[in-house]
Design a protein around this ligand. Structure first.
Ligand SMILES: CC(C)(O)CC(=O)SCCNC(=O)CCNC(=O)[C@H](O)C(C)(C)COP(=O)(O)OP(=O)(O)OC[C@H]1O[C@@H](n2cnc3c(N)ncnc32)[C@H](O)[C@@H]1OP(=O)(O)O
Length: 259
């Protein structure tokens, strides 16, 4: 067990910022780090004072992937019985609140996969994305072949997964992997700004919007559209829908109460 925490956390207004904190190992995602990240995410998701979560790394690396040295001697029975990757790694996909990845430097392997599990990626100009697992004699194991392909299409996903080539921030934005590119010094501030904007909105509407967009990756168009319509209709039961529409009609800013 390491003697220091592998994540650092702070609140910026109603936005929780989680910083991966293994700088010497380029934030390689070891078991302890993933445990700590999962605990922090579950805590913030349950905390009514938190409206959005930002996950970030260092200037040099968001995360350079799973910890290769930790996993190199693992056996098939061990990884199977431990459900290696699954249990510990998917915590972010169960968070109801928006999660934004603020990526500077390397986001490779599991680092790229972690960023893709978030709802949005804000990239620094220095960001580099890739799935280089093929260099290690394995393949992505935390959703890389699936989420990357859905995000950027088969042609580029095959290019990255089969050759281990890295993609810079501009290519990642052109390809649809990242939402915005900003100077490296501003990447966390920009993600927090987005989180603050979300915090000013109706929490039930935000949660339903997130769920509906995510549904697009899980289902057919017809089922997705039906899900969206039901969620849209359900929001007419909230005070925030009445407030939002009254505020528009009265030409004033809305004051949402998250109910
Ligand atoms: C989740 C799954 C299932 O999908 C699997 C994976 O994620 S497998 C991992 C995929 N990632 C990689 O293969 C990237 C590995 N890292 C690199 O290729 C390079 O480190 C680099 C290109 C990101 C940066 O290179 P450089 O600037 O030359 O720095 P280094 O000297 O290589 O690294 C510094 C320091 O960090 C350690 N390090 C880096 N990445 C990892 C990692 N993924 N696991 C463990 N340790 C890592 C590296 O060993 C160095 O430490 P020391 O050896 O000097 O103590």
């Amino acid at each position: 067990m390491a003697e220091y925490t592998m994540i650092l956390t702070e609140m910026q207004g109603r936005v929780a910022v989680i910083r991966l904190n293994r700088p010497k190992a380029l934030n390689a995602l070891c078991d302890q780090l993933m445990e700590e990240l999962g605990q922090a995410l579950r805590g913030y998701d349950a905390d009514p004072g938190v409206a959005a979560i930002v996950i970030t790394g260092s200037e040099k690396a968001f995360a350079a992937g799973a910890d290769i040295k930790e996993m190199q001697s693992r056996t098939y029975p061990a990884v199977y019985l431990d459900d290696f990757i699954g249990k510990r790694w998917e915590a972010v996909t169960y968070v109801q609140k928006p999660v934004i990845a603020a990526v500077a430097g390397y986001a490779l392997g599991g680092g790229c996969e972690l960023a893709m599990m978030c709802d949005m990626i804000i990239a620094a100009e220095t960001a580099k994305f890739g799935q280089p697992e093929i260099n290690l004699g394995v393949i992505p194991g935390a959703g890389g072949t699936q989420r990357l392909t859905r995000a950027i299409g088969k042609a580029k996903a095959m290019d990255l997964v089969l050759t281990a080539r890295m993609m810079d921030a501009n290519e990642a934005e052109r390809s649809g992997l990242v939402a915005r590119i900003v100077p490296a010094a501003d990447v966390v501030a920009e993600a927090v700004k987005i989180g603050e904007k979300i915090a000013s909105l109706s929490a039930p509407a935000v949660a339903m919007a997130k769920e509906a967009v995510n549904r697009a990756f899980e289902t057919t168009l017809a089922e997705g559209v039906k899900f969206e319509r039901r969620a849209f209709q359900a929001l007419f039961s909230t005070e925030d829908q009445k407030e939002g529409m009254a505020a528009f009609a009265e030409k004033r800013p809305p004051a949402f109460r998250n109910r």
